[in-house]
Design a protein around this ligand. Structure first.
Ligand code: G6P
Length: 473
């Protein structure tokens, strides 16, 4: 198999303030890092700092090269237009059905185009002859077409980690044709769920007038294949984390702090798609309806700061902090606040301890491509690591809901429904919790991040254009 090139906006590692290479946590990077991709590969992406902030470029590139990583170095202006602008203020809300939050600025698209071209050029230079390239996520949707022009010998795959919405949404995007054409530069395009794939096909038909066949579609003289590849979590990483001293210490510490109280956990990036205000509405209602529980429950909300350069995210952080304070003001007691808001990230070992202890985990996004927290929580429910029984409350609008039918599925807009699920979860017997957990663990074990990567890369490897008569299509 030829050398593989992975391409994503964010690299899985960064250089910290002490000048050392360290792993970035969470999301795509962590799932990919845990995918155990076979063979050697180069990872190309943005390293979390811009040109103006890199003191010694040569040294920076050398340190990353030593760990198989090639950075795409951007200037702050182009980064702002590409990442904060088009990627996260236009595409991100649109892909999540939040058209009203999307802002449009032609200069952002120019930045996005320019940075995608820069990525394509770096990949074109790095990739092996006849090699395979796997591009990730909405930041880089123009790269496939640009790269194919530069390097027609490559096999190019793309995976979208967000939802792909209905064509009614995509039609509102001024640059919809260019984006779709960009993706059609691929040999294989992957989505988390069948619904996302179905919407993508209907966009191709309604916007570009291209109709697919069951195995893919003909674009010019090439076959573009499309498939469903639900991503799994980093199972091996969490198993290892649960064998660490840090895990044991965190488990003991939090157990002591909880002092017999119940832990109802949430873990998410602080993003408006994650439904945190709606979850707080449900928590408020729960506390109002269940006064006897107020001193018993600990709603621990781990909200990792995200995209702090984008205005919506800062407004959200203020709203959430205000409401948490208000709920605690109304329902807290001396020595106990029912809602504990931790506005920071935690290393995997400590997260695993939170997952192991929580009687309930609330994953309640308004919409989410997949959501790996749901999978991580269930996977960490292991008696051999002293985990307690627990139950998952899961939004039916997360991609993960399609695979996790033994959770308590909720609609995050239905406050009373969420409260009912919380009551049901807290009243559930341990036996029932364990039997639900086990039913989901079997499936998760078969479909972890490694299985996902092997599935996609196997299809990319097998892709290619069969003999055909283009005139027939
Ligand atoms: C989502 C996206 C990823 C992204 C992650 C974190 O999961 O699909 O591509 O890396 O959020 O967001 P950030 O903007 O910090 O990379």
């Amino acid at each position: 198999m030829s050398h593989l090139t992975l391409v994503s906006n964010r690299l899985p590692i960064r250089i910290n303030e002490e000048g050392e290479v360290e792993r970035t946590t969470g999301g795509l990077a962590s799932a990919l890092a845990g995918a155990g991709i076979p063979g050697s590969f180069t990872w190309i992406g943005w390293g979390g700092v811009n040109e103006e902030d890199i003191e010694d470029r040569e040294d920076y590139e050398k340190k990353l090269k030593a760990v198989g990583v090639k950075p795409v170095i951007l200037e702050t202006d182009e980064f702002d237009a590409y990442y904060e602008g088009y990627s996260n203020s236009t595409l991100w809300p649109m892909l999540h059905y939040m058209k009203d939050r999307a802002r449009f600025d032609p200069e952002w698209m120019e930045g996005y185009r320019g940075v995608n071209q820069k990525f394509a050029e770096v990949v074109a230079k790095e990739a092996d002859q006849d090699g395979e390239v796997w591009i990730h996520d909405y930041h880089l949707m123009l790269v496939p077409k640009m790269l194919r022009k530069l390097r027609p010998d490559l096999k190019i795959g793309f995976f979208l980690h967000t939802p792909w919405p209905s064509s009614e949404i995509i039609r509102a995007l001024p640059e919809r044709n260019e984006i779709l054409e960009g993706l059609l530069g691929c040999d294989v395009i992957g989505f988390h769920t069948y619904n996302y794939l179905r919407h993508f096909r209907s966009c191709l038909l309604r916007i570009l007038g291209i109709e697919g066949e069951s195995e893919g579609l003909w674009h010019g003289d090439r076959m573009v294949r499309m498939g469903v590849y639900p991503i799994g979590h980093n199972s091996i990483g969490f198993q290892e984390a649960m064998q660490s001293d840090t895990y044991r210490e965190a488990l003991a510490l939090h157990k002591k702090r909880l002092d017999g109280g119940k832990l109802i956990l949430s873990v998410e990036r602080l993003d408006y798609t994650k439904g945190v205000p709606e979850k707080l509405d449900a928590i408020r209602e729960f506390l109002k309806k269940n006064p006897e529980q107020r001193s018993q429950v600990n709603f621990v909300i781990i909200a990792v700061p995200s995209r702090v350069g984008v205005e919506e995210y800062n407004l959200l952080a203020e709203t959430v902090q205000r409401e948490v304070g208000a709920i605690n003001g109304d329902y807290g007691e001396v020595g106990h606040s029912p809602v504990q808001f931790l506005h920071r990230g935690f290393p995997m070992e400590e997260l695993a301890a939170f997952y192991a202890l929580a009687e309930v985990c609330m994953v309640t996004p308004i919409i989410d491509g997949m959501n790996l927290v749901a999978k991580e929580y269930i996977d960490c429910k292991r008696k051999k690591y002293d985990a307690r029984a627990g139950v998952l409350i899961l939004s039916e609008f997360a991609g993960a809901a399609q695979e996790m039918s033994h959770s308590l599925l909720i609609n995050p807009h239905d406050t009373q429904g969420v409260v009912k699920a919380m009551e049901q979860a807290l009243a559930m017997s341990e036996d029932e919790m364990w039997s639900r957990v086990r039913a989901m663990q079997d499936r998760l074990a078969r479909n972890d991040a490694g299985a996902w990567a092997r599935h996609f890369l196997g299809d990319l490897d097998a892709s290619g254009t069969p003999e055909h008569d283009p005139a027939a299509h």
